[in-house]
Design a binder for this molecule. Structure first.
Ligand code: PLP
Length: 413
């Protein structure tokens, strides 16, 4: 499925991006709320035939309060992976029962904190579950994260389903799990899986879902089954996107059969992050200089791996637009950052002729971009802007020296 940006409607958006850069400076993250709404709607429509469906936005993808509030308004719940994300969710106005907390490798003290907040707790480790059971027994419901060990995508760096993965309770430990649940009198209200970041093939995903449903049959008090995420969006022409219509239709009939056997209608849940926000985001920067070597023409930009690390960390492809010269003749560039470390955003990429001072925009910069930004080289993290109802509004200020010095203790030595 092509993304909006390759469509002829691209021009006005590029204009909105350059205007935002002129107003707020670079580097700058810009998010389009209409694209988030479009994605949320596409998902809910694909699953409309299923009686009870809940989408929980995975806020680690993009955690600005305003974005959380937009999803709350659309009717979404919230998927969180840390107690701080739980607190952000509560602050954004989500009710505790609309928040699911799915941590990995946390202390019991943090889980207790989540219980105090009253959010739904999803546990992915037998030891922690035992601890939870001895403490709360039947008094606080729990969800259990199962690892069905399916490999959802091709990229091992973002697959969490393999046998030695640190995520989830292995499906091969189901007997052990059942014994624990019984002896501690746990109230299991949900089962969960999250297999990785890319569903390239709906049928592979469904075979994981069937395994999860097998486990679900063993727990009679369930309220919901959470199938996690893995919804893929295209990052470049030719990329496979998860076919949500196909998934919705196949999942619908699978789930309906399950509920009939189970004897009750349960709620079906998903927790997408990337699908909902990736395409809504653009990361804008300015070209500091053009540097020619014997083999390469570098376009050097006023940002680096400190602000957008996905190309370096995951070999992620982000389309690049020249906002200042969109109709220029295409030439080949390596787009590199200003960090004292190799930080190549793109090698040998065709971009309309780039000149010093031009504004560039990286596409698909909504998910796992700002939230992974840091202060390496003592650079400030960028500002964030939301395009919403025809306006470009600042939703996070650019950092300043004060932010870099906050929490540092000057010993006066
Ligand atoms: C990161 C994460 C998600 C979201 O994954 P996307 O690929 O962004 O959709 C969902 N659930 C859990 C438990 C996660 O850790």
């Amino acid at each position: 499925m092509p993304t909006d940006i390759t469509a002829p409607t691209q021009a006005p958006r590029l204009k909105a991006l350059s205007e935002a850069c002129q107003q707020y400076g670079t580097p700058l993250y810009v998010y389009d709320s209409a694209i988030m709404a479009r994605q949320y709607q596409k998902l809910t429509e694909a699953f409309a035939a299923i009686p009870q469906v809940r989408i929980n936005y995975a806020c680690k993808a993009l955690s600005n309060l305003n974005v959380l509030r937009l999803f709350k308004k659309m009717g979404s719940g919230l998927d969180t992976v840390s107690i701080q994300e739980v607190e952000l969710g509560l602050k954004a106005g989500f009710a505790p029962e609309e928040i699911i907390y799915t941590p990995n490798g946390v202390s019991f003290a943090e889980v207790q904190k989540a219980v105090e907040y009253g959010v739904r707790v999803n546990i992915d480790n037998l030891g922690l579950l035992e601890h939870f059971g001895s403490h709360y027994g039947h008094s606080y419901p729990v969800c259990i994260r199962i690892n069905p060990h399916i490999m959802a995508g091709g990229n091992a760096k973002i697959s969490v389903g393999h046998i030695d993965s640190k995520f989830g309770i292995s499906i091969h430990q189901t007997r052990h799990l059942e014994r624990l649940v019984e002896s501690l009198n746990l109230r299991v209200e949900g089962v969960h899986m999250h297999t990785g970041s890319d569903i390239l093939d709906v049928d592979t995903f469904l075979s994981g879902a069937e395994l999860l449903l097998e486990v679900a049959r063993k727990f009679p008090d369930l309220q919901y089954i959470d199938f996690g995420s893995g919804f893929k969006v295209p990052y470049q022409p030719g990329d496979i996107a998860t076919d949500v219509e196909e998934l919705g239709a196949k999942m619908g009939s699978l789930f309906e059969h399950f509920c009939r056997d189970y004897g009750r209608t349960l709620s079906l849940e998903f927790e997408p992050g990337k699908y909902l926000v990736s395409e809504a985001g653009y990361f804008c920067c300015q070209v500091n200089g053009i540097k020619q070597t014997t083999a390469t023409v570098f376009a050097q930009v006023d940002t680096g791996l400190n602000h957008l690390i996905r190309p370096m960390l995951y070999d992620a492809h982000h389309d690049i637009y020249n906002l200042s010269n969109p109709n220029g003749r295409a030439r080949v560039y390596s787009v590199v950052g200003y960090i004292c470390e190799t930080d190549t955003f793109a090698s040998d990429r065709q971009i309309p002729e780039v000149r010093e001072g031009d504004l560039l925009a990286f596409a698909n910069a909504g998910a796992y971009c700002y939230t992974m930004a840091n202060n390496y080289n003592s650079r400030y993290r960028p500002a964030e802007v939301l395009l919403h109802e025809g306006e470009a509004r600042l939703i996070r200020e650019r950092e300043s020296m004060e932010d870099l010095l906050r929490n540092q203790i000057d010993l006066g030595i």
